[in-house]
Design a protein around this ligand. Structure first.
Ligand code: NAD
Length: 487
């Protein structure tokens, strides 16, 4: 049994979809593993006027809808839950909430250690942070930490305004900005693979790596999210946050230690050197696309989808090249792409190593080799190597070294939200988006958004069910590269 981390977690938006689907199951898993035992409490707050008993039944349903859990364990767990209805925009609501938190802290003998999880609309993040301070909800002893859902702003300007509001009440090291891709097991695997293998650590630079590719491909279309998605597109929905955060792990300098601040510093060394593009460079290094109709009748073109304006220029696909002006990465392109209605759903990283030469007089030169980390929906690590053909010559062909977790390992893998809540309890910020990285990502994508908003870049159409526009292939071909994952 793990050792207990005595914590009081307050969930804002406690009756919401995310809380029910992800957050309570995550907390229950931490309880089952022993990270939460006796000295913990969960306080839920939202607008709905429900009782603590009704709240507990809601949580029971979320963690044990099919009744297969140990009911005594579920009941013991639920005893630690209480509820307080409040409107986050009104100071008065925080007084009742403070009383509920104080009572829970006393009942379960918790030494401060408060986490406030904001699972509400982003417009409330700053307001809640400020009221937590002004209405005296912060613990006097132990820690106070704020977990912040996404999105963190909609531009650099709005993100900075939010950051200022948060910093009026909290220090930056108390802020845990969630990007759930950073909690995925295979994204967490990037650092151990890169730094835990001296051979790869030594080769992780321009001398050995030809390019790096991050692909976040979805097969679904816009579905019911047109209202939001038409204002965000793939650039803000996937690239600005998830793709850039994954790139952070790949491009970072070697950290001084694996403490969170050193990891952030090492990532920020890379982010600080990211080249922000002007209009001509946006056109040269980025491709935007929008899906057209596909083969099947239910694959409508984006502009035919419900609630999408017929003249929408929104990007449902983005591919681009990032450049880091640092000695480690001189001349090495980092390609990112993300799209809806693509041929195959996948999140993956491909690190392409330069081809060597074979001094043995073979007819065929060795090829580039690739380290692939498949994040989802499968989980896999693959590495190709040049090896000798079964023949009289020293010709080579690529062989595959493959690993994937067993079914038992998959079942035991913590879900991203469990990982992130656990890390926040532990005070480990390694797997959260740091302000400097978020700010850089916004500056980078704002420069692209501006060109697109002014319609100063072509909008390529690609057929639903394809891997995106041809222009995205040409983007790589120009450098003598190609997308490793072809669908
Ligand atoms: P939701 O609409 O299902 O729930 C919103 C919650 O906020 C409800 O509990 C509601 O009572 C509460 N609320 C609304 N206005 C309030 C007010 N004035 N005072 C107090 N409480 C109020 O939303 P959700 O899907 O659970 O999303 C919550 C957050 O998580 C959002 O920031 C969203 O961007 C983010 N998010 C959600 C998902 C998801 O899968 N649902 C995924 C990623 C991020």
């Amino acid at each position: 049994m793990a050792s207990e981390i005595q914590t009081l977690i307050t969930f804002f938006g406690a009756t919401g979809d995310l809380a029910k689907r992800m957050l309570y199951p995550a907390v229950f898993n931490l309880y089952k593993k022993g990270y939460l035992q006796k000295h913990f409490a969960v306080v839920g707050t939202a607008r709905q006027d429900i009782t603590t008993d009704e709240f507990r039944e809601m949580v029971r349903h979320s963690i044990d809808a099919d009744g297969k859990q140990d009911s005594a364990q579920v009941n013991d767990f639920l005893k630690h839950f209480s509820y307080c209805a409040s409107d986050v925009t009104e100071a008065s609501g925080y007084h009742d909430l403070r009383a509920t938190i104080d009572a829970a802290e006393k009942e379960f003998d918790i030494p401060g250690n408060r986490i406030f999880y904001m699972s509400v609309a982003p417009r409330f993040f700053g307001t809640i942070a400020q009221y937590l301070k002004s209405e005296d909800l912060l613990a006097k002893q132990g820690f106070n930490r704020l977990m912040i859902e996404k999105p963190f702003g909609t531009s650099y300007e709005t993100a900075e305004a939010l950051q200022n509001e948060l910093e009026a009440a909290f220090n930056d090291d108390q802020l845990y900005r969630i990007d759930h891709f950073l909690g995925k097991e295979m994204v967490l695997n990037i650092a151990p693979i890169r730094f835990g293998n001296p051979v790869l650590a030594a080769a992780w630079n321009k001398d050995f790596i030809k390019n790096v590719q991050v692909t976040l491909a979805e097969t679904l279309g816009v579905e019911e999210r047109a209202g939001y998605y038409d204002t965000a597109g793939a650039l803000l929905d996937m690239i600005q946050n998830h793709a850039m955060q994954i790139v952070g792990w790949l491009a970072m300098e070697t950290p001084k230690s694996f403490k969170d601040q050193d990891i952030r510093d090492a990532k920020n060394a890379a982010f600080s050197s990211l080249k922000i593009y002007d209009e001509a460079e946006v056109n040269r290094y980025f491709v935007r696309g929008q899906y057209g109709a596909g083969q099947s009748p239910d694959q409508k073109a984006y502009t035919q989808e419900p609630d999408v304006p017929a003249d929408s220029k929104n990007n449902t696909y983005i591919a681009g090249e990032l450049q880091f002006n640092m000695p480690r990465w001189e001349g090495v392109p980092f390609y990112v792409r993300s799209g809806k209605r693509m041929a195959k759903k996948t999140t993956r990283v491909d690190v392409v190593f330069k081809a060597g030469t074979l001094p043995l007089g073979a007819a065929q030169e060795p090829q580039e080799t690739v380290l692939t980390i498949v994040v989802s929906p499968d989980e896999k690590i693959q590495m190709t190597l040049n090896a000798k053909d079964v023949s009289d010559t020293y010709s080579t062909h690529l062989i595959d070294l493959d690993w994937e977790p067993t079914a038992a390992e998959k079942a035991a893998t913590p879900a991203p939200y469990e990982r992130m809540i656990h890390d926040a309890m532990d005070g480990n910020g390694s797997n959260f988006a740091d302000w400097h990285g978020v700010a850089t990502a916004w500056k980078f994508t704002d420069a692209i958004s501006k060109v697109y908003a002014e319609n100063k870049a072509p909008l390529e159409t690609y057929p639903s069910g394809s891997m995106g526009p041809k222009a995205a292939d040409e983007l790589l071909a120009r450098n003598g590269d190609h997308w490793v994952f072809q669908g």
